[in-house]
Design a protein around this ligand. Structure first.
Ligand code: ARG
Length: 269
């Protein structure tokens, strides 16, 4: 069953590929910003049409990756654990998120450890009594996982990412509902694959083609699975598992190394 969600997005008004901090970015490939804005608005409309609440951050010049709002914080039980970006080019984004959560009236805890918010953290309220899954290896540090557990009071399962193409957890794993995940095993270390198999025996397994098409960078409300229109294989898999795929086109934002989920932070009360 779908559950109404509250999301935070940021329009790609200043989106560009001006530096390279992941293997998808190439400053020589032109970005059609007008198209990026159009595609982003379709994504926003899609979430609104599904009945969700969408809040917006004000984009800032000089922060071309700010559209990837998932990276700004990680919120569980009404508390936000703030981000501390790995790369200086994005460092200033966390202040905008902090200001949003403080105005929203939710406790915000500034981190001391490097972490990129929902890029590397996700939460399954009904898996094993409420479980945080967290990625490390490229951006977020394992020390931040410990810090997040201490701040949020939910058990954190640390998973090691090993493929630079899937540098954030949300490029390799996604909740489909409150207890079920989809993931691409090849993005994780052998030991982390065993951990995932033990905790989630009923997971939907993606292959490399699904992951490369950003098919795991999805946003689900428990029934509707919003994902990149490129990820046709993944759409078929989630449909076979009983969900309703909702494809959206995000070709321009892929040039920055992100898709649907990267653009969407969830505010969990
Ligand atoms: N260019 C951005 C970066 O490399 C993309 C962030 C994608 N966000 C995500 N949640 N995976 O930081």
């Amino acid at each position: 069953m779908p559950r109404k969600r509250t999301y935070l997005l940021c329009p790609p008004e200043y989106f560009a590929v001006e530096y390279v901090i992941n293997p998808w970015m190439d400053t020589a490939t032109p970005v059609d910003r007008e198209l990026a804005v159009k595609q982003w608005h379709r994504l926003r409309e899609t979430l609104l049409d599904l009945g969700h609440t969408v809040h917006e951050l004000t984009p800032e010049p000089g922060l071309p990756d700010m559209v990837y709002a998932a990276n700004g914080a990680f919120t569980v039980d009404g508390t936000s654990y703030g981000a501390r970006f790995r790369h200086r080019q994005r460092a200033a984004e966390s202040d905008a998120h902090r200001a949003f959560y403080e105005a929203y009236g939710w406790p915000y805890v500034a981190p001391t450890e490097t972490n990129e918010g929902e890029g590397d953290f996700t939460y399954l309220p009904e898996a094993h009594g409420g479980l945080i899954l967290a990625g490390y290896g490229f951006r977020t540090t394992a020390a931040a996982h410990t810090e997040a557990q201490e701040v949020l009071g939910r058990p954190v399962v640390s998973l090691r990412l090993v493929d630079p193409r899937f540098y954030h957890l949300d490029t390799a794993l996604a909740p489909l509902d409150d207890r079920t995940i989809a993931y691409y095993p090849g993005a994780f270390s052998a030991a982390s694959q065993r951990v995932l198999a033990q905790l989630f025996p009923d997971a939907v397994l993606a292959d490399e083609a699904d992951a490369v098409a950003f098919g795991l960078n999805l946003v689900s409300d428990g029934r509707h699975v919003v994902l990149s229109s490129e990820a046709t294989g993944m759409a078929a898999k989630v449909k076979a598992a009983g969900y309703l795929p909702v494809p959206v086109e995000l070709s321009e934002l892929k040039k920055g190394g992100g898709s649907v989920k990267c653009c969407v932070a969830e505010l969990r009360a």
